[in-house]
Design a protein around this ligand. Structure first.
Ligand SMILES: C[S@@+](CC[C@H](N)C(=O)[O-])C[C@H]1O[C@@H](n2cnc3c(N)ncnc32)[C@H](O)[C@@H]1O
Length: 265
């Protein structure tokens, strides 16, 4: 099989997804692969076929290739832990811009640790506590912090949002992308999202369980006034201010959808 044939095969079978697949597989764009020309080595062709079948079966590329690009980091991913989304970078950007100097922040529901890693990298004055209920998530968070030389500035702890908040230290701010998909939308998830853990997605019947709990249970955790930056679903921008006893600001993502909620006491 030539690189030209691989190029045609990728674009025909994956359409808009071909470029992402190509970057993961070849570390360059489809146009560069075509330009390379000539016969592809047999082991490349074999591996290409295997990866293509997995993608076509609905397996997320980030699980197949083991990482996701996030902000300016390569975040390790594995099945059982939510794949970081570009939408979450809005939360990261807000935190980088607005956390007070020397802040200690909690990344609650940390998953891969992508939020904490990106914020710590760009705010070297800050330190973090990363917390999640999932052992697999906590392992990945430790690895992602280590790979980016950030583990010295963060602790990683097992924590249930609906359990005891006294296990957390006092912090200046909470950053949190909680599970927020409601019951009706959970039934309509696309095949590739169904491969991700439901516990990382499901936010209760109306999708708001985690916000209610975190807003009420976190009251005693702040060193000063409450300061929470939540990621929210595109249709939750009206509900969040109703849950918060403190002033609440909604900001949009790059697609113009409501995406983060900033609560400041
Ligand atoms: C939407 S994912 C966010 C992951 C990561 N912060 C990100 O932005 O990619 C939600 C995370 O909440 C965690 N989680 C679910 N239930 C939890 C609970 N009761 N207490 C703490 N974490 C929980 C899941 O394990 C998952 O990692």
């Amino acid at each position: 099989m030539t690189f030209e044939q691989i190029y045609r095969d990728m674009t025909a079978r994956l359409g808009d997804e071909a470029a992402a697949f190509c970057w993961y597989f070849f570390d360059r764009s489809p146009v560069c692969v075509r330009r390379d020309g000539g016969e592809a080595p047999p082991d490349t062709v074999k591996k290409y076929g295997e990866c293509m079948e997995r993608v076509l079966s609905g397996e997320p590329m980030q699980y197949i290739f083991g990482y996701a690009p996030f902000y300016d980091l390569k975040i390790l991913c594995e099945p059982g832990v939510l794949i970081p989304r570009y939408d979450t970078e809005v939360l990261v950007e807000e935190a980088i811009k607005t956390l007070p100097p020397g802040s200690v922040f909690a990344d609650i529901c940390c998953g891969t640790g992508c939020i904490a890693a990106a914020v710590l990298k760009h705010r070297p004055d800050t330190t973090a506590v990363c917390a999640d209920i999932s052992g697999a998530a906590l392992r990945l968070t430790r690895q992602n912090l280590q790979n980016n030389f950030l583990d010295g500035r963060a602790s990683v702890i097992a924590f249930d949002v609906f359990g005891d908040w006294n296990v957390l230290p006092k912090v200046d701010a909470i950053l949190c992308n909680p599970p927020y998909i409601n019951e009706a939308d959970m039934k309509k998830l696309p095949e590739n999202v169904r491969r991700e853990p439901a516990e990382a997605l499901y936010g209760g019947v109306d999708g708001l369980d985690f916000y209610r709990r975190i807003i009420s249970a976190s009251a005693g955790i702040f060193k000063g006034a409450p300061h929470i930056i939540f990621e929210i679903g595109y249709d939750q921008g009206k509900a969040l201010p109703l849950l918060s006893p403190y002033p609440c600001k909604i900001k949009k993502d790059l697609s113009g959808n409501d995406r983060i909620c900033i609560i400041r006491g």
